[in-house]
Design a protein around this ligand. Structure first.
Ligand SMILES: [Zn+2]
Length: 562
């Protein structure tokens, strides 16, 4: 994954203004604690050598569990060692990441009985479903059905769609996105049109599981979902990937899935309820979930299960003053491997996505080593299986080598620029944490400007590896080179980004020829260096801003650590 297409300048400016908020005062206090750093030479040769190797056909597109993985891990260990890092996992350079491949087979229709007329939804065209439970047989039988609005429990906002409901063993029906997604500005209880984590489908299933539901069904709706049913259908049928857990997902819902909007309307009408009216009501705080009285849901399928092992690679540069405080750099080393051939080329090399970010770990390690020991320990974490759903980073976050409460924060790099240098830098999820102030200081020092992401409604902050750590409270920042190019302005930048998205993204042609200039990423690397170095040299513990959905997790873990 990466965030594409990039921005348009006009929209970005508009959003920059909208981002000014009540956290400004807190931000200026934060800014005072940010140390000055000198940015050393960062090696272009390292970038070219490492990207060149990772994106070569010999590495087979770096799919987890393949010979391409072995070569990738070996190269990273060799380069981390040569850069002067130490092994990060108790003497080992790697962390084993057990993966599960799970495929639903013999899927029954999804049936609803007890309404005015029985309904039977066809698998694929009318509903899709899968399971996070790693068990061979899934059966949901005559389960009560409850509409839970947006399915959100957000204590920091005083919002609980499950208040007063007992959904244990029941099937919950949930709206996609968050309650104020139609608000034009990126401001409001749930950040207006900008998506919060409460709007992501992953969250809906997690919350339903916490509530003890047997099944969770999201009602598809093209606009708030930001994609059509075809995307739901293609991504939810076929093999799914999970990071293995000790309980094999026993704490998850038995089944989770999506249903078509018109089927949801019919289902509600059959139970004497008005879907449109309930959808309106669910936008308001204090909304109470509504049981579809008398209606029972049933569904069954088999799970074909396969397991394989992959690896995260971890190197550290120990801190001289506070070695037990950690600053992270993350980037996913994996890509799609062998893929659908185009013009006879059947290897998805993933040069930009994400050989660039992975090589950046090496180049930054070298630069930090050269600059001398930081005060805090710098951790260089190359994670696996991002393309399968952020699995390597999720596994690390749930099984951290270094305690998350002692992890100050971090920077994620996913798909660096392959164009010339830009005047701007795009922050994904701007306004979420005090890390913005670190980046802003570095950007000002470099004579560039910060702009907001152009499509916050797409929730890109929740779609790369930094999110796995953010969700558990660790402040993480994610930014990309902009598209207002020094040479050619936004026209040139947009043209470059659009060509990449259309012709090369997740295709065999994301190879070395996709990098038309190294200047943009080398300029951006200076910012990645500076933000990491600032975090490694300060005594401050930057936090999520007030009202952010990850603040409570951080406050809790830091309080416990003190
Ligand atoms: Zn990526």
């Amino acid at each position: 994954m990466l965030r594409f297409p990039r921005t348009t300048a006009a929209l970005a400016l508009l959003l920059t203004v909208a981002a000014c908020n009540a956290n400004d005062a807190a931000t200026s206090a934060v800014a005072e604690a940010i140390p000055d750093v000198t940015i050393p030479e960062i090696s272009l040769k390292t970038m070219q050598d490492v990207v060149g190797a990772l994106a070569s056909d010999e590495f087979e597109g770096r799919a987890p569990g393949t010979a391409g993985e072995e070569k990738t891990v070996a190269l990273l260990v060799e380069r981390f060692k040569a850069a002067g890092l130490e092994p990060g996992n108790n003497g080992s350079w790697t962390q084993d990441v057990p993966l599960v491949e799970i495929t639903a087979e013999n899927v029954s229709p999804l049936t609803f009985t007890g309404g005015k007329a029985p309904m039977s939804l066809a698998y694929g065209s009318e509903f899709v479903a899968g399971s996070y439970r790693v068990q061979p047989k899934i059966e949901v039988k005559d389960s009560d059905v409850v509409f839970v609005g947006y399915g959100i429990h957000a204590p920091e906002k005083g919002w609980n769609d499950y208040a007063g409901l007992d959904v244990k063993g029941k099937t919950v029906v949930i709206l996609v996105n968050d309650p104020d997604w139609q608000v034009a500005e990126a401001q409001g209880e749930f950040n207006g049109r900008a998506m919060t984590y409460y709007g992501r489908w992953t969250y809906k299933y997690e919350e339903a599981a916490r509530q003890g539901a047997a099944a969770a069904l999201i009602v598809h709706d093209t606009e708030p979902a930001a994609y059509g049913w075809n995307v739901v259908q293609s991504s939810w049928t076929g093999t799914q990937y999970l990071a293995a857990s000790e309980n094999n997902g026993a704490d998850q819902t038995a089944a989770n899935g999506w249903i078509q909007l018109d089927k949801a309307k019919a289902l509600f009408a059959g139970a004497g309820q008005d879907f449109d009216a309930l959808r309106e009501a669910a936008k308001k705080k204090g909304f109470k979930g509504v049981p579809l009285t008398g209606v029972k849901a049933s569904l069954s399928f088999d799970n074909k299960i396969a397991r394989k092992m992959s690896k995260n690679v971890i190197g550290v540069l120990p801190g001289a003053k506070r070695p037990d405080e950690y600053v992270l750099y993350t980037a996913h080393w994996d890509h799609l491997g062998k893929c659908e051939p185009v013009n006879g080329d059947g290897i998805c090399n993933g040069a930009i996505d994400n050989a660039t970010g992975t090589a950046a770990l090496v180049a930054l390690a070298e630069a930090h080593k050269k600059a001398g020991a930081p005060d805090r320990t710098l951790v260089f974490l190359a994670v696996t299986a991002e393309e399968s759903g952020l699995l390597g980073s999720k596994f690390y976050a749930e099984n951290p080598v270094f305690p998350l409460a002692q992890t100050v924060g971090g920077v994620n790099m996913d798909a660096l620029s392959g164009s010339g240098p830009a005047k701007d830098i795009i922050v994904i999820g701007r306004g979420k944490s005090q890390l913005d102030a670190y980046l802003e200081k570095a950007v000002a020092q470099e004579g560039r400007v910060v702009v907001n992401e152009p499509t916050p409604e797409k929730g890109f902050y929740y779609r790369s590896d930094h999110f796995s750590l953010a969700k558990l409270g660790v402040p993480m920042i994610y930014f990309d080179g902009g598209e207002d190019l020094v040479d050619g302005g936004t026209d040139a930048g947009k043209a470059w980004a659009e060509a990449y998205t259309e012709d090369r993204y997740h295709a065999p042609s994301d190879d070395m020829s996709a990098i038309t200039s190294w200047d943009g990423m080398m300029a951006d690397l200076r910012l990645y260096y500076a933000v990491g170095r600032m975090l490694a040299m300060t005594e401050a513990w930057p936090n999520w801003n007030d009202g952010d959905e990850f603040r409570a997790a951080r406050d809790k873990s830091r309080t416990a650590a003190k």
